[in-house]
Structure formats: structure tokens, C-alpha cells
Ligand binder design. Structure first.
Ligand SMILES: Cc1cc2nc3c(=O)[nH]c(=O)nc-3n(C[C@H](O)[C@H](O)[C@H](O)COP(=O)(O)OP(=O)(O)OC[C@H]3O[C@@H](n4cnc5c(N)ncnc54)[C@H](O)[C@@H]3O)c2cc1C
Length: 481
């Protein structure tokens, strides 16, 4: 069956819905494809609390652009860096197709956050500085009341009121490209109806590849078997959008071998069963040994780096070991999202036996750690207190208090995959760039599918990225009519 629209959007998360609403508001006929059911629509966006890196309703955080720029590339050639400080028109062929987040895109992103938030407020979404799971933090985070689900439902309701066609259980598979390389639509598949030819300009907003084990192994490596999506929504994102765009000549961007890491309890099936309490205890691996500084700084700024160290351990797992004094930390429960109970025992030996650590290893580790802890005056659980271990490797930089008051507590922690970093390269209008750095005719991308980050995620920017560039794609298509 063939159907024609002005715009065909693959994906029904914040990015796809923003593109759809923006285009429909300008009078375009839009279709949104969602591989899931209507009840499950919204991908990852449905499950996120959607922290937004903003210090006010109309201002991004002070470090928004610098943090993105610092994590936009690795060992960038300084000549390219100098080129990119000038206007895009003057960039060389090589600079135009570099797989990095370029400065123009970063400033466009930051500049368009406030108007995008105001646009959502116009759809009835409320925002507030609500409590987060981070007990210590460096940057403020604004939240939509009701989280990502509220964003998805407000945008979808608006799209429905504007007459957008929703095609559920419909999976985008391939782009339809003519001999000039111009995208004419896409081929999709519905389990009962079979193949669909959907003609129109295409916005790819179907997420990363966290739900595709083959692509995870290909790009992130065989150890990715120890990773899993942080919530059920991640399983819908299987990388077809990236693969179909590559097949049509699109350029890559972002770190393909990496992903956003968040520490979770592997025993739990709830969305985002995170464990952010490790700065107040020690982390040990399956050998019962410490392997990282558990508290290099505020937890919001460092949890990803610590989680990557957990992923590197045998079978990608570690255990946080705590004693009863963790309960001195105000609101400590905020940092433990799992629905599974703590593993508890009266002695460290009994705790180690319950976890399955080698005999004597945990006691020896905690003994060494306790001996390296400083006097405890000055323990300040909610700010960097500088209570660092002395002469211990690896050291612990803050909140180092002896672990001695049983019953002792442990939680298992693995790294979850919140989303993958590698994806497509776009310009500020949301147009996908080809491997020569030129915009591909009629092809746009927004959201997770846009390759953005290297080494360290700029926290609380992924939802904003989807909203801003989804909306910009829809508007650009309408402008170009
Ligand atoms: C638990 C959790 C917490 C997070 N916390 C934050 C946070 O606090 N702040 C923040 O900024 N970011 C956060 N993130 C990341 C952020 O939520 C996502 O990266 C963002 O919402 C992605 O939006 P998207 O629209 O690009 O993709 P998604 O919301 O994942 O939407 C993709 C859509 O495409 C559909 N789809 C996939 N493939 C196809 C196909 N081939 N054909 C048709 N449809 C397809 C999916 O079903 C889905 O509807 C979090 C993510 C999770 C999961």
C-alpha cells in the first residue's frame, strides 16, 4: 500500500512528536510511525523523568555549552578546531563531515531551549525544580511535572488535535531514495498489513541502538552482553534509522563505541532501578576488591565515570557495601530506586557469603579501607567534605567513614545502557549530512539518533536535544515549502 504525506516521522518519542507537531502547526500533513502499540508509545521518552540542564525556565545551565563542547570530540585536530570557530560556509571538506558536535550546532541548541520550553508550556506542560535522585549536585535540573510521560502525552494530544496520522505497530525499515540521492519516503512494515510505502519528507526520530544486541556487539564490543537498557522503552530502539541513513549515504557522528552509563540493580525489572548511594560506602568487585574512587566529586557529575569502572569489572558487576550509618545521610532513600531489598547480614563475613565473594576478601578490603579513613569530624553528607582516605589505592576522595556498624548492607550494581552515543550528523536545521558534509535532500533527524556525545554524557541534555531539533526539523520542512 502507498500513502503520501508532506512529512513522515519515524518514532513517537519527544523528538518525533516535536517534529510532527511543529510541521502540523504549519499546516503540513504528517504521519508518525511507532513500532509499539498506542499504550506503549513514546519509547525512552515515556520512562524518563526528563531532567533538563536548566537554571531557570528560560535559561540553560551556566556550563551547558562548555560541557557539551568539552565532550564533543576526542583529541580534535587543532586546525579543524580553528576552522570551526568560523562560519560553516568556510569549512573544508574534511571539517564539514567530521563526526563531532560542531560549535554552531551547540550554540544553536542552547539558544533554542527557552523558546522550546515556552512552546511546551503553551501545550499545558508545567515545569518545576523538583527533588532528584542526586544527593549532591553541581548543576541545577528543571523537570517537567509528570516527567517524560507528560511531555509525550501533551505532544501526542496536540498532534492528534492537529490531525496527525499515527501508525502504530509500524516499523520503518528503509528509505526510498531516487537516482539523484533525494529521499522520497520510506518503506515500513505492519505485522498484519505487510509492506507500506509512505511517501514524503522523512524525519528519523527512532532512537539509538540500545535495543539491538548485534549492533551493540558491533559498535560497543562483545562485553556489551553485560549491559541492558535502563528501561523497557529502550528495547524498541534497534538502530534501523541509523542503518537506513548510512545506506543512503549519511555521515556518522558521536562516539559509536560508547553509551550513557547509569548504575542499576540487575535484580530489578522496574524502570531505572538506580543505585546512587555508593559515595557513602565502598564498591567491591567479584574478587571482593575495591577498584575505583567511589566519591571523586558530586554524584551528578561523576556517577557515569564510576559506572564505567563497574562495567569494566569481571562480569560487569560490583557491590556497594554500606553500614547502618548510611541512614545518617538525609533523604538517603532518594538515591536507591530499586524495588529489591538490600542484602543484609550481621557480619561482613556473612554478607560476603550471601553475595558469593571469596572467603576473607571483603573483610580484608574493609579493614584496609577503615584503617585509611580520617577522623570523622567534618562529615558533611550533602556537600563535598574532603574526608579522603590516606595512603589507600585507589583513594576515596569524600565521605570516607569507617564501615563498622552492622547489620551490613549491600546492593549489586551493573551499568545500564541509558542510550547509545553514536548516530547521525545534522546541521542546525536538523538536516542529515552526508559523508561529504552536505545536507541530504528531504532527510532530517532528531533526538537520540543524532550522534552527539564523546566519553562523558552532558547530563540532562538528551530530552532537550530531541525537543529542540525535532521542532526545528518540522519548522524547516514547513519553511522550505
Ligand atoms: C529511564 C531513563 C531516564 C533518562 N533520564 C534522562 C534525563 O533525566 N534527562 C535527559 O535529558 N535524558 C534522559 N534520558 C534520555 C532521554 O530520555 C532519551 O534519550 C530521549 O527521551 C530520547 O528521545 P527520542 O524521541 O529521540 O527517542 P525515544 O523516546 O526512545 O523514541 C523513539 C521512538 O521510536 C520508535 N521506534 C524505534 N525504532 C523504530 C522504527 N524502526 N520504526 C518505527 N518506530 C520506531 C520507538 O518505539 C519510540 O517510539 C533518560 C532515558 C531513560 C530511558
Amino acid at each position: 500500500m502507498e500513502r503520501t504525506f508532506d512529512v513522515v516521522v519515524a518514532g513517537c518519542g519527544v523528538a518525533g512528536l516535536s517534529a510532527a507537531v511543529a510541521a502540523a502547526e504549519r499546516g503540513l500533513q504528517v504521519a508518525v510511525l511507532e513500532r509499539a502499540s498506542r499504550a506503549d508509545r513514546g519509547g525512552q521518552s515515556r520512562y524518563t523523568e526528563a531532567y533538563l540542564r536548566m537554571k531557570a525556565i528560560d535559561q540553560v545551565s551556566d556550563d551547558f555549552e562548555t560541557h557539551l563542547a568539552e565532550n564533543a570530540a576526542v583529541y580534535m585536530d587543532p586546525d579543524f578546531e580553528a576552522e570551526m570557530a568560523q562560519g560553516r560556509e568556510s569549512w573544508s571538506h574534511a571539517a564539514r563531515a567530521l563526526p563531532v558536535l560542531d560549535p554552531e550546532l551547540i550554540s544553536c541548541f542552547a539558544d533554542h531551549v527557552p523558546e522550546t520550553i515556552a512552546w511546551l508550556q503553551g501545550m499545558g506542560v508545567k515545569f518545576d525544580f523538583l527533588p532528584t535522585q542526586f544527593l549532591t549536585k553541581t548543576q541545577p535540573r528543571l523537570l517537567p511535572v509528570g516527567g517524560g510521560e507528560a511531555l509525550v502525552e501533551a505532544l501526542a494530544a496536540k498532534a492528534e488535535s492537529l490531525g496527525v496520522t499515527f501508525l502504530y505497530h509500524t516499523t520503518a525499515r528503509r528509505l526510498i531514495v531516487d537516482d539523484n540521492g533525494t529521499v522520497q519516503g520510506l518503506l515500513a512494515h505492519h505485522a498484519q498489513e505487510g509492506g507500506l510505502r509512505l511517501m514524503g519528507k522523512v524525519v528519523l526520530a527512532c532512537g539509538g541502538f540500545e535495543g539491538n544486541s548485534a549492533l551493540m556487539a558491533k559498535y560497543i564490543g562483545p562485553r556489551s552482553v553485560y549491559l541492558r537498557p535502563v528501561c523497557k522503552g529502550g528495547y524498541f530502539n534497534r538502530g534501523e534509522g541509523i542503518e537506513m541513513a548510512f545506506e543512503a549515504g549519511a555521515a556518522p557522528s558521536g562516539e559509536f563505541g560508547s553509551y550513557h552509563a547509569e548504575p542499576v540493580d540487575p535484580r530489578s525489572g522496574v524502570s531505572e532501578p538506580s543505585i546512587f548511594i555508593f559515595p557513602y560506602g565502598v564498591l567491591v568487585n567479584k574478587a571482593g576488591q575495591r577498584f575505583t574512587d567511589e566519591a571523586p566529586g558530586t554524584v551528578d557529575a561523576y556517577y557515569e565515570r564510576v559506572t564505567r569502572r563497574i562495567y569494566e569489572q569481571e562480569q560487569g558487576i560490583a557491590y556497594v557495601i554500606l553500614d547502618q550509618r548510611v541512614k545518617d545521610v538525609p533523604n538517603y532513600r532518594l538515591a536507591i530506586r530499586t524495588d529489591q531489598p538490600a542484602i543484609e547480614a550481621d557480619t561482613l563475613a556473612a554478607l560476603a557469603a550471601k553475595i558469593g565473594l571469596p572467603e576473607g576478601a571483603l573483610e580484608a578490603t574493609v579493614e584496609g579501607y577503615n584503617a585509611a579513613c580520617p577522623a570523622e569530624d567534618g562529615f558533611k553528607p550533602l556537600e563535598l567534605d574532603g574526608l579522603a582516605t590516606q595512603g589507600l589505592a585507589p583513594r576515596k576522595s569524600h565521605w570516607s567513614r569507617r564501615i563498622e556498624q552492622g547489620p551490613f548492607i549491600a546492593y549489586p550494581i551493573i551499568s545500564s545502557n541509558v542510550f547509545t552515543f553514536g548516530g547521525l550528523k545534522i546541521n542546525p536545521s536538523g538536516q542529515v549530512l552526508d559523508t561529504d558534509g552536505n545536507p541530504m535532500e528531504n532527510l532530517y533527524a532528531a533526538g537520540e539518533i543524532v550522534g552527539t556525545y564523546y566519553t562523558n554524557y552532558t547530563g540532562a541534555t538528551s530530552v532537550l536535544k530531541g525537543l529542540v531539533f525535532g521542532r526545528r526539523s518540522g519548522n524547516h520542512i514547513a519553511d522550505a515549502r
